[in-house]
Design a protein. Structure first.
Length: 281
């Protein structure tokens, strides 16, 4: 029997902040999903993460769920793309504080957005990228001292590190930094074309985790695979060529057009049909 290369996982963004409880994670257990990325980026204080990170660990473990990665917070004020130096320096401190909290419960892979604003036509984009890389270096060194892996997420074309060229610049500057490959963030190229650029540049093995979802190749949607235009046969083929050995981590929450909300059960069913079909096509 053919074996899938990856185990399925689901980002906890599929739950509301209020559902980051034992009852909420029971939906993972019922679906047979044992792996998750802890992702409550804008609501970490709401789930009392900084004061009591052990609580979220206990409710996940009670349902047989292991956190394989942690999505660090991001916003216009927690961003390395902000032109204001003071804002960027505060962002570094907040991310270090979050790394401490996440690592205290045994999570050793941190996913980071390098930017979150539209700087596609900013006249000093290259200067902002240099500043962004400098701050990425600060967080990377902090993580490295704690034996924690930092994975920088590819951004949409408007954000800094929004193209393969900019991502490659980051990878060259920090030889041990990893990538979180978000399929929904590829606008100028298709996801498989983006991956091909990384392969041609010699960066096989640098993806630590992925964010899997579907879209229509031009606007971020985070739909369930099969609901958009992503060629998952091509994407999974390129992920194999990239020597990706991590979790097939879904980052989906709902379809805004239809109002449908996704569940861990729907993720597992999608993985067993759409993704496995793509793998063995």
């Amino acid at each position: 029997m053919k074996s899938t290369l990856w185990n399925v996982g689901a980002s906890s963004c599929i739950l509301t902040p209020e559902e980051h409880t034992a009852d909420g994670f029971s939906s993972y257990k019922e679906a047979g999903i044992k792996l998750a990325e802890l992702s409550c980026c804008h609501n970490l204080s709401q789930i009392d993460f900084y004061n009591n990170p052990e609580r979220i660990l206990k409710v996940a473990e009670a349902n047989g769920v292991k956190f394989t990665s942690f999505h660090l917070p991001f916003s216009k004020t927690i961003s390395f793309s902000n032109p204001d130096k003071e804002v960027r320096e505060k962002a570094v401190l907040k991310l270090k504080e979050t790394v401490d909290a996440a690592s205290s419960i045994g999570i050793n892979l941190m996913v980071m957005h390098p930017s979150c604003s539209n700087y596609e036509f900013y006249p000093e984009r290259d200067k902002l990228i240099a500043q962004c890389l400098s701050h990425i270096g600060e967080v990377y060194e902090y993580c490295d001292r704690k034996n924690i892996t930092l994975a920088v997420e590819n951004m949409t074309g408007q954000g800094l590190l929004g193209t393969p060229t900019e991502m490659i610049r980051c990878l060259k500057e920090f030889p041990d930094i990893k990538i979180c490959f978000d399929i929904n963030h590829c606008f100028r190229l298709t996801p498989e074309e983006y991956l091909d650029e990384l392969i041609k540049a010699g960066f096989k093995g640098r993806i630590a985790t992925i964010h899997a979802s579907d879209y229509f190749l031009k606007e971020e949607k985070h739909l369930m695979p099969g609901e958009g235009k992503t060629d998952f046969c091509a994407v999974t083929k390129k992920l194999r060529e990239m020597e990706y050995k991590g979790v097939f981590m879904y980052e989906v929450s709902g379809n805004k057009e239809t109002g449908a909300r996704y569940t861990p059960k729907a993720v597992k069913e999608n993985f067993d049909t759409v993704i496995k079909s793509a793998l063995f096509n």
